[in-house]
Write a protein that binds this ligand. Structure first.
Ligand code: FAD
Length: 460
């Protein structure tokens, strides 16, 4: 069957877009998920919506699984073809079709790199705010499919808040357009809303209409050191209650600070602190930003001599490099680790982190926690260290269940931005009722009756 499909794909698409060489397939067998791999039988590198449509139509007719893939930076195995078949890569559909300044809309193909869209918008004085830490490499299609977020979510929201319209292809090959360059739309179901966060299981996105906003003229980045995480989160509350919403409000707990300062030398100021808040303030004038800074200093009751204000682009980079280098530092420290991204109500962060730390201590595990203090999204990385591989694999399910149960018990949920993919699917029933899962299955069946799109993901 696969051989026949390969022949048909070659006949119906440009043959150079359809690949089967083992070394090329190997390159598509991984994303950024630790310790997980699955190679496809065939790789299709689509260059336009027609290629996507033809691929899906032929795969549907032959009942062969198709896994859409953007840039492969996902961390829950979403782009891995766990049931083999075809990987449909959108990496070549990467054009920024238009930055429409008058309507403040970007029209882009799904493989466009998020950071490139931001730069193109900025050249026109506009801003595309969602900023996953992977923005220099991830694709906008992957962001939509994962519902990606980033540090700026506290002020500007996540990917879902910027989707005005989508063009997508159903598994039978039909092309659907919903929304467009319009800010309001009450016409029928919000089909784009259903696709956001659907992790490539419902349709393949081929064009995206993104809302842009005027870019702030001034930004200021500061690092506030605290003795404890409790103090840092109290400061977050005080800042927001004083009517300052920073563009970003990130926290790092002590173990995260120590690990980064160990591996990324000279990067992190105030490395002896119990917790850090990394804050970005933005606005239209320097006076406005400085007034916000003053409010923050007073609300957070911080000694101005202790805080670090980035005065130059290199100092700014120094601050954010520390935040972005956590993953790299953990890899340098021990190679293997498990990465979770629970969300809890913001005020619950200190207790959640403290309780988890006590649990990890009891289990003799090292962990690093950091995340988005403004929106309650806590990244929890657990280090394998010297634990034998088999033992580590055996203990992980129990540890995950414990983490998720604690997040749910304090009113949160099991993932804030990385999605379910393969890694969390058996835990979905902890977070969603059986009725909610049944409804989701019926939505899946309506889009994909042959169940060919990204099988093995989301559903337990
Ligand atoms: C260092 C690092 C930092 C990260 N930081 C963040 C962060 O701050 N915030 C955050 O949210 N995530 C973060 N991530 C995770 C990852 O970058 C995001 O999930 C991103 O949205 C994935 O985009 P991608 O193009 O790489 O998608 P892929 O990994 O290729 O695919 C992800 C999912 O999207 C589906 N998909 C991709 N393209 C399409 C399409 N056109 N149509 C339909 N389905 C599609 C795939 O099937 C898969 O299920 C980080 C990852 C790394 C490695």
């Amino acid at each position: 069957m696969i051989n026949r499909l390969y022949r048909l794909l070659q006949e119906n698409l440009d043959p150079h877009k359809v690949l089967r060489d083992a070394d090329i397939l190997e390159g598509y067998s991984r994303d950024e998920t630790p310790d997980m791999a699955a190679a496809p039988d065939i790789l299709v590198r689509a260059e336009n919506a027609d290629d996507v449509s033809m691929t899906l139509k032929l795969c549907s007719e032959h009942k062969i699984p198709v896994t859409p893939r953007g840039a492969g930076t996902g961390v829950t195995g979403g782009a891995l073809p766990v049931m083999q078949g075809v990987v449909l890569s959108l990496e070549k559909c990467n054009r920024i079709l238009e930055i429409d300044r008058n309507n403040m809309v970007a029209v882009v193909e799904p493989g466009a790199v998020t950071g490139d869209i931001q730069k193109a918008a900025l050249e026109q004085g506009l801003m595309y705010p969602p900023d996953p830490a992977s923005l220099e490499t991830c694709s906008i299609g992957g962001n939509v499919a994962e519902g990606a977020g980033g540090p700026r979510a506290v002020k500007y929201g996540t990917t879902k808040d910027y989707i005005l319209g989508l063009e997508f292809v159903l598994p039978d090959g039909s092309l659907i357009q919903t929304g467009g360059k319009i800010v309001k739309n009450a016409t029928g179901y919000n089909l784009a809303g259903i696709l956001i966060g659907s992790e490539g299981t419902l349709a393949v996105i081929t064009k995206i209409y993104l809302k842009l906003i005027p870019a702030p003229k001034v930004t200021l980045d500061i690092l506030l050191p605290f003795d404890s995480l409790d103090q840092a989160i109290d400061a977050v509350h005080a800042v927001l209650m004083n009517r300052v919403i920073p563009a970003a409000l990130e926290f790092m707990e002590q173990d995260a600070i120590s690990l980064v300062s160990k591996h990324i030398q000279n990067t992190i100021p105030c490395a002896d602190a119990g917790a850090h808040l990394l804050i970005q303030i933005d606005g239209n004038t320097e006076d406005q930003v400085l007034a916000d800074l003053q409010t923050i200093v007073e609300a957070a009751r911080i000694n101005p001599d202790r805080m670090f204000v980035a005065q130059s682009p290199s100092q700014k980079e120094r601050l954010w490099k520390a935040r972005r280098s956590i993953r790299e530092s953990i890899q340098a420290e021990c190679g293997f680790f498990a990465a979770e991204d629970c969300v809890v109500p913001r005020a619950g962060i200190p207790q959640f982190v403290k309780d988890l730390k006590a649990y990890f201590h009891y289990k003799a595990l090292r962990s690093v926690m950091f995340g988005h203090a403004g929106d309650g999204n806590v990244h929890i990385d657990i280090l394998k260290d010297a634990i034998a591989y088999d033992e580590w694999k055996n203990m992980l399910p129990g540890i995950k269940r414990e983490i998720y149960s604690r997040a749910l018990a304090c009113g949160g949920t099991i993932t804030g931005e990385h999605g379910i993919g393969c890694l969390r699917k058996e835990y979905l029933p902890l977070a969603l009722s059986s009725d909610a899962i049944d409804l989701s299955r019926r939505i899946k069946a309506a889009f994909d009756p042959g169940m060919i799109l990204n099988p093995g993901k989301i559903f337990p």
